[in-house]
Design a protein around this ligand. Structure first.
Ligand code: ZN
Length: 83
């Protein structure tokens, strides 16, 4: 018997203060990358796809963002002063 499935690993890329596209409030937005793995006997063996998401710290909504948008937010967070 072969056990296979999927697993997701999440990595936070950046955390920045900006306006939410959903609730319109200025607040912390967390940008993270979700990597979906194909697993064999619960061991991740093959990365299948990558998506990038943004979560609003105010309303909690999670929205999918493109790689370009995520990269721009990461660059912006790296240049912004620390709070
Ligand atoms: Zn929001």
């Amino acid at each position: 018997m072969i056990l296979f499935g999927y697993r997701q690993s999440v990595k936070e890329l950046a955390r920045l203060m900006m306006q939410c596209r959903s609730c319109g409030m200025q607040g912390w937005q967390v940008v993270y990358r979700v990597l979906t793995w194909f697993t064999l006997f619960f061991i991740p063996v093959l990365p299948l796809w990558v998506s990038r998401k943004q979560q609003c710290g105010t309303c909690g909504i999670t929205q999918k963002v493109s790689k370009e948008e995520a990269d721009a937010m990461v660059a912006h967070a790296a240049n912004a002063p620390r709070y």
